[in-house]
Each structure stands twice: as C-alpha cells, then as structure tokens.
Design a protein around this ligand. Structure first.
Ligand code: HAX
Length: 425
C-alpha cells in the first residue's frame, strides 16, 4: 500500500468523527435559506453542499485546504493532489512515492487510441478527451470491486485507485490527443524521470529550451485544480459519482460541463477575443480602442470572456498569478500585452453595466495568451489543459465524499405553480 493510502487510512476515521456529531446532534441547524430568485437563479449563494478540498470566499478567491492559491504557485500539481486529498502538503518522500505510483499506472490502453482515431478528425478536443475517459470505464477498480460485493467503507479506497489510475494517464492522453488532432506527428513516449507537469510538456512535443513552458504548465495545472464544489464541472462529477457511477463515468460527465463557454471553454473564447482585437487594430490596441471594442462586444449581446464570476467579487488570484508570470516571462508579446491592457480597461467598462456583479478578470482571462506565447496556438485545445488539472480536484472530492459515506444527491424540485402559491401566501 502506498503512503497516500496509508495517510488517508489514518485520516478518514478522524474526519468521520468530526462529521458524525454535526449530522446527528446539529443536523437540524439552518445554515441557508432559499429565495424564489435563487430557485430560478442557478441556486446562486445557496449553501447546500459540503466541500473540504477547497473554498472560494468571494473577497479572497481560491483557498486550497486552508492555503491561499498564490502560496501554492511554486508547488507541483502532484503535491497539490496530495494536499487536496489529505489536507496536508506532502513530505519529499511522500511526493516521490506518489510520483512513483503515477508512473507505474501511466499506460493509456491501446483501444483508447483506436476509438479516438475512428472519431471525426475535426471533433472538438474536449469531445475526444471526455470520450477517452468514458471509454476507459472498463478499467474501473470501483466498478469491479462493487460487482464483487465491496463494503461501503471500502468505497473510498476503490475511488482512490480510480483517481490514481486516471490522473496517471491524463498527461499522455491529453498530449496524444493534441498531436493527433492537430497533425503534429507520432505520440511521444512518457519519461518516467519527469514530474507530472514536465512529462506532459515533453509529450506535447512543442519544445521548451528555457524550461519556461514547463514552469507555466505546472502553474497552470496547480491553479485550475479545484474551485470548491458548486461549479458546473465539480457539481456534475459529484452528482454522478453519488449514484456510485464510478469516476470514469462521473469525471467524463463533469468535464462535459467544463466544455461550456460560460465555464472552462471561456479560456479559448478569451484568447480569440484578444487576438481578434489585435487583428482589428493592427497590434496592441490603445486603451480607448479597447474600451470601444468592449462596448461593441457588450452591445452586440456577447459577453466579454474571462471577466465576471458567479462567486468571486475581486480579481481572481489565479489571474494575478498568470499576470505575474506573464510580466516576468512574456512581456513584449502582443497577445500578453493586450491581456494586461484589457485588465486596465475592461473592469471600468463592466462596472458601468449595472447587472454585472463582478467586473473583474477570472482565471480564464490570461492563461490563453501565455500558452500561445509558448507555441500552443490551437486554442480549441485549451479547455483540455483545464480538464487535466480540474480532474485532480473533482476526483479528490469524490474520494472524500465516498470516504464520508455521503448519500446519493437528490434535492427537491417544485413546479412554478407551487412557487406562485408560496409567493401569494
Ligand atoms: N460580459 C458581459 N455580460 C456579463 C459578463 C461579462 N463578462 N459577466 C456577467 N454578465 C452578465 C450576465 O450574462 C448576466 O446577464 P443576463 O442577466 O442578461 O443574463 C448578468 O451580467 C448578471 O450576471 P452575474 O450575476 O454577474 O454573473 P453570473 O453568475 O450569472 O455568471 C459568468 C457568471 C462567469 C457565467 C459570467 O460572468 C460570464 O458569462 N462571464 C464571461 C464568461 C467567462 O469568463 N466564464 C468563465 C468563468 C470562470 C470559470 O468558470 N471558468 O471555468
């Protein structure tokens, strides 16, 4: 048994002891109320989910297991996976053990490539990626053990097996899809001596003479890993997993939600907007030109991608981290310079639109320009990168949910007639 299994074996009894009295003795304590506006408004602000891996206070942004995300910017994604799962940063020996575990499991089954090759060549990379995850369902340890009669208190162990098996193959899978979908040549073999993010960069095959792209990739994979559990991809994964559909089913479902333009696809849309702007104005636009273009976008009924958030009310600290990276390594690149200038101009434009609650940039506002700088120019691929990272968080959440024995998700819906009757009371 690996160190991670050992650690969680120690943790779960403690966590269950923490949760049990809350459920039993304080179960009827009211923590949130629901208004009609919230019922019709995507349940915004309703506190009805538990998530111990991370929290997103509107005035602070992402905090993973008590640590603000900016303080994790130098960590490896696999260290963050350990943190998400256990609540502690790993020791050097523990990271090494986890890396060994991932290397031992990192073979993408051949049938996956056969399925992907049979799909239309112009399929969106997210369709290829999510299909590949679903196709691998036959590998699920959870499903196999469930069929053999696994006891409920073993669910988390089988879910952790699936988490590690999935996390191990994600870089090779995502890189293979990149090379296949964009005609980059044969797949590149994994290097067992590299960390998870560096290996992904190597398998993408874009080269990285200064090591900067690898730094960016590790940062990217850390920043996107988790964002509490109410967002579309996390909530979908958790809901599907709560039916004891294993992680291959549930992760694929959640990532289909990530593929929406109001969620993860915003990063592709955002770079498109930036490049469109540069093309229109023949280079980095002036502040006035950007202001005019932002208004043109809004007046045509489109959103300004990368700006606004359902929860945050400040500049997303993940955007800050990308901006800082860009200023250090990418200054002078027209796409990045426009991203920086958009940040100076667009919040003031959005502040004038009363209905917009958050005029500030979110995580998607800057990442695309950085990837573009390092030669990853196919922006329909960007959400796949997001998905590789987000898989860590949502899988960790599933391990914890199964370890705490959470039941199937089943909130109550009501018809409009019922709401009208309530409103009339
Ligand atoms: N540009 C134009 N209009 C915007 C806007 C933006 N950037 N942000 C919000 N609005 C509009 C909404 O569309 C909504 O309009 P309607 O009432 O006419 O439908 C109104 O302002 C109120 O929205 P809100 O309450 O401020 O925001 P929501 O919680 O409804 O939505 C979104 C949050 C992130 C979906 C929204 O801000 C948006 O569409 N942003 C642009 C797309 C984007 O960047 N998405 C990525 C978000 C981060 C993420 O999940 N990444 O995966």
């Amino acid at each position: 048994m690996s160190m991670l299994f050992d650690k969680l074996n120690q943790k779960f009894p403690l966590w269950r002891d923490e949760v049990k009295p809350l459920q039993k003795e304080k179960g009827d304590k009211v923590v949130s109320q629901v208004t009609i506006a919230q019922v019709y408004g995507g349940m915004r602000g309703v506190k009805s989910l538990v998530c111990d891996t991370s929290e997103v206070p509107p005035d602070k942004g992402l905090i993973i297991r008590g640590i603000p995300v900016k303080d994790l910017a130098e960590k490896l994604p696999e260290e963050v996976l350990w943190l998400l799962l256990t609540g502690e940063l790993p020791s050097e020996a523990e990271v090494k053990d986890l890396q060994k575990e991932l290397v031992a499991r990192n073979k993408v089954p051949d049938y996956v490539w056969a399925v992907l090759k049979a799909m239309p060549a112009d399929s969106h990379p997210m369709v290829l990626f999510n299909t590949a995850i679903l196709v691998m369902e036959k590998e699920s340890v959870f499903r196999k053990r469930y069929d053999e009669g696994m006891k409920k208190d073993e669910y988390w162990k089988a879910t952790l097996e699936d988490t590690l098996n999935i996390a191990a193959v994600l870089p090779a899978l995502a890189a293979g899809i990149y090379r296949m979908r964009f005609n980059k040549g044969d797949r590149i073999a994994s290097d067992p001596n590299l960390d998870w993010g560096a290996d992904y960069v190597k398998m993408l095959g874009l080269g990285d003479p200064k090591g900067e792209f690898t730094k960016l990739m590790r940062l990217y994979l850390v920043l996107h890993s988790d964002h509490e559990s109410g967002n579309v991809s996390a909530m979908t994964t958790a809901t599907v997993n709560s039916a004891l559909s294993d992680l291959y089913y549930s992760l694929s479902a959640g990532l289909n939600g990530l593929a929406g333009p109001l969620h993860g696809l915003a990063n592709q849309e955002c770079l498109a907007w930036v490049l469109e702007t540069n093309k229109k104005f023949g280079g980095v636009p002036t502040e006035q030109q950007l202001k005019d273009y932002a208004w043109e976008t809004l007046n045509s009924g489109r959103v300004v991608p990368g700006y606004g958030h359902a929860v945050l009310r400040i500049t997303d600290p993940r955007f800050d981290a990308f901006l800082a990276f860009g200023k250090k390594y990418c200054a002078g690149d027209p796409a990045f310079d426009t991203v920086a200038r958009v940040f100076d101009v667009v919040p003031n434009v959005l502040k004038e639109v009363q209905k917009i609650k958050d005029p500030w940039p979110n995580v998607d506002a800057g990442s695309g320009a950085l990837l573009y700088h390092y030669g990853l120019k196919e922006f329909s691929y960007y959400t796949v990168l997001f998905a590789v990272s987000r898989a860590l968080g949502v899988c960790a959440q599933a391990v914890i949910a199964r370890g705490l024995g959470l039941p199937i998700t089943r909130p109550k819906s009501v018809p409009t007639s019922w709401l009208k009757a309530e409103a009339a009371k």
